[in-house]
Each structure stands twice: as C-alpha cells, then as structure tokens.
Write a protein that binds this ligand. Structure first.
Ligand SMILES: Nc1nc2c(ncn2[C@@H]2O[C@H](COP(=O)(O)OP(=O)(O)O)[C@@H](O)[C@H]2O)c(=O)[nH]1
Ligand SMILES: [Mg+2]
Length: 257
C-alpha cells in the first residue's frame, strides 16, 4: 500500500508517465527495501551453530541437506542434529541428507526431548572440533505457545555449552506462502529472534513476494533461496534478480499473488 501511495505521488509529480517507467519505479522501490537490510555477517566461531526453524513442510530438512553439502564442498566438517523428534521418519530423512552431503548426524529415539538432541550435538561438535553444526527442528505453528517455548528451551540448552550460540537462527519460509508468512516471521522473531530467512520452493508457482514486507518490518536479510529438491538447489539471494522474477508474466500466477 505504501509503495502504491509513493507511486501515485510520483505520477502526480509527473516523474512517472508511462507503464514501463512505472514498473521500473516499483522494481527499484522493492529492490531498495530488500537491499537496505544489512546482509548477514558471517560470525567466525568453531563450532558455528545454526538453528533452522519454521512451520511444517516448508523445507527445513531439505535446506539443511543442501547447506551441509555447500559447507562440506568448502572443506568444512559438518554435523547435523535431528532435533525433530516429533515426526516419525524425520531423523531418517536427515540421515539420508547427511550421507549425501558427507556430514555426520546425531539422532535420538523418536519422541525424545529435542533439547537433549541439541545438547548432545553441541557436545559432540565441541569434542570433535566440528566446523559447522546445523540443527533441524520439528515444524511448528507459530501460534502454538508450548511449541514456541520448546524452541526457547532448545536455544537455552545450546547456550549452556556455547554462550554465543546459536550463532544463526534461520527461518525457513515457503515461497507459496501468502500473508501467513508475515505472521510466521513475527511470531518466530518475537519468540527467539531471527538472523536470516531462507526462501524455498521458488522453482514452483510461488514468487515469495511476502518477503518484502517481512524484510522491511523485521529487518532480517534473506540469505539463500531454494530452487528444487536436489543437493545443488540452494543459491545466494540476489535482490535484483528476485524482484525481476516477481514481475515476470510468463509463469503461472500463484493464487496468493
Ligand atoms: N520444489 C521444491 N521443493 C522443495 C524445496 N525445498 C523443499 N522441498 C520439498 O518440500 C517438501 C518438504 O520438505 P522438508 O525438508 O521435509 O520440510 P520440513 O518439514 O520443513 O523439514 C519435500 O517434498 C521437499 O522435497 C524447494 O526449494 N523446491
Ligand atoms: Mg523436517
């Protein structure tokens, strides 16, 4: 709404007269919003701990697999922690990604306390001098108080052994999500704080336009985007390319725009 208002004012001031200039104006405004947020500063810590959070099915586990592969390809040692002990098969799914990416995996029994998995994983990472620990968590609705409390507990337990950790807390968002994405960002930000967003499924019908107000309201940078289900399908976010794709007319319109 604000962008449209700005645009109207530009039209009134006769700065914008034709459709193409109008589009360019809007693109520039969107790019400015996305580029204004400082990009994430890589913290040098060893082990470097990253917590992946988000609602169900957004692609947390898949993204961890892809991220692990990037890191092992850079010669880093990587440990994955299966702190999604809720969904049957979640640990197994992470183990498969671990094998593909060349990363070790810490798992407990299904139904175990996710904080205990996180604690074990941090100990293991410290003992073995692992470079990167990536912690998977169960999908949770941002509105469920007890599940958000569980997340806070995981964070506290991690900080018991490494006070500065988790060094990053990444919200994984599905690009097909509409307005609910704002609510997700708001609740997760409030509950444990976010250092960045990874936007998945941009290979599908969703364009992820919702990240624009999210980035602006919560000043969290988008770090990577997911473009598929394979190991290599995670690339750094680039504002200009993203905004251009928002305006492409050849792809199928998502129902939520
Ligand atoms: N097309 C596409 N599918 C994805 C992407 N990321 C994840 N998925 C799929 O989304 C589904 C849920 O992924 P999963 O990692 O299990 O989600 P989680 O519940 O958040 O851990 C799986 O079928 C993944 O293959 C992506 O970037 N593009
Ligand atoms: Mg998962």
């Amino acid at each position: 709404m604000r962008l449209i208002k700005d645009l109207k004012e530009s039209v009134t001031r006769k700065e914008v007269s034709d459709l193409n200039t109008l589009k360019d104006h809007l693109k520039q405004s969107l790019t400015d919003i996305l580029e204004k947020v400082p990009s994430h500063q890589e913290v040098s810590a060893s082990p470097h701990v990253t917590l992946f959070i988000g609602v169900n099915g957004v692609g947390k586990t898949t993204t961890i697999g892809k991220r692990a592969k990037q890191l092992t390809s850079e010669g880093k040692t990587v440990l994955l922690a299966a702190a999604d002990t809720f969904r049957a098969g979640a640990g197994e799914q992470l183990s498969i990604w671990g094998k593909r990416a060349g990363a070790e995996v810490i798992r407990h029994q299904a139904g175990a306390d996710p904080s205990a998995v996180a604690y074990d994983a941090v100990s293991h990472a410290l003992n073995r001098k692992i470079d990167h620990l990536l912690i998977d968590t169960a999908g949770r609705l941002q509105t469920k108080h007890n599940l958000m409390e569980e997340l806070k507990k995981i964070r506290r337990v991690i900080a018991k052994q490494i006070p500065e950790a988790p060094h990053e807390t990444i919200l994984v968002l599905d690009a097909t999500t509409g307005q609910n994405g704002l609510s997700q960002a708001e609740h997760f930000q409030k509950a444990i704080g976010l250092s960045g967003i990874i936007l998945t499924k941009l290979d599908g019908t969703g364009r992820g336009g919702i990240v624009v107000p999210i980035v602006e309201s919560y000043t969290v940078p988008i770090m990577h985007i997911g473009l598929g289900e394979d190991l290599g399908d995670l690339i750094p976010f680039e504002a200009k390319t993203f905004v251009s794709a928002l305006f492409e007319s050849d792809s199928v319109e998502s129902s939520e725009g």
